[in-house]
Design a binder for this molecule. Structure first.
Ligand SMILES: [Zn+2]
Ligand SMILES: [Zn+2]
Length: 256
């Protein structure tokens, strides 16, 4: 099985890829879902609460698509004043337990308000966690978290009796593809040594997916709508969707 996932940030989020597309991440999520839908591929998209607040109409449409699962991705990807202050004081934008809990609650409520859905899945922005994250997410009704990047794990792991982790076991896109700002001539060469072309990434991802599926596992892919667009206008995303339909696809909430 293959689990295709992406993270979607708000219009006002200023990430490294933002200057490289004239579309919002929510708009690109719609294009992404359309491509996946063409091949019958299920997708789980983790939205920030603020993305839902800023572009409610599109998020509502996406949440109604039969092949699209919506999860949470923090309220504002830590672009809120309190998270910025806590990052300076504590070294982590989560700061206090109360702040983290309130952020999770606001995200869940924001998504519910726009989509009418109670989310079950979560990925932290930049995978940033504290020792309390799992306990807090579970207390807010989240059943599945997908924060861990691991080459070794090929299926979901139970962390608590009703709470599990779905590891990303395929090379995540943003950190590894030459795209946007991360290209020769646009940044220092030593920052690019670990990065590969979108073509190379596609080939590696396909090989890895095949290997995991042959072992009977679930290959969990992180391919952001924004990164896929900036890298090549989502051509490789389409190629991937075409390739993975043969293995069958599942949402994060369904990974065995
Ligand atoms: Zn993020
Ligand atoms: Zn990116």
């Amino acid at each position: 099985m293959v689990c295709l996932t992406g993270d979607v940030h708000q219009r006002s989020y200023k990430g490294t890829d933002t200057p490289f597309s004239s579309y919002t991440e929510v708009a690109l999520a719609a294009k992404y879902c359309e491509i996946a839908g063409k091949y019958g591929v299920k997708v789980t998209l983790f939205f920030t609460g603020k993305a839902c607040q800023e572009e409610p109409d599109t998020v509502k449409i996406l949440s109604g698509l039969p092949h699209c699962e919506i999860g949470g991705h923090t309220y504002a990807a830590f672009r809120d004043p309190l998270s910025r202050i806590f990052k300076k004081i504590y070294g982590t934008p989560w700061g206090t337990t109360a702040h983290q809990l309130r952020d999770i609650q606001r995200t869940i409520a924001g998504i519910q308000q726009v989509t009418g859905q109670t989310i079950q899945t979560w990925r932290n922005h930049s995978y940033i966690r504290t020792a309390e994250t799992d306990h807090l997410l579970e207390s807010c009704g989240i059943h599945v978290v997908s924060d861990e990047v691991s080459d070794l794990k090929i299926s979901a792991e139970w962390l608590r009796p009703a709470y599990r982790s779905v590891p990303m076991n395929v090379l995540p896109d943003h950190e590894h593809i030459l795209h946007g700002k991360y290209q020769h001539g646009k940044t220092k060469p030593d920052r690019l040594t670990q990065r590969v072309t979108i073509r190379e990434w596609a080939d590696r991802v396909k090989t890895r997916i095949r290997s995991i599926c042959e072992q009977g596992g679930t290959a969990t892919v992180l391919a952001h709508p924004m990164c896929m667009e900036v890298a090549d206008g989502m051509a490789v995303l389409e190629e991937l969707c075409q390739d993975i339909q043969q293995y069958g696809t599942v949402w994060v909430s369904e990974v065995p």
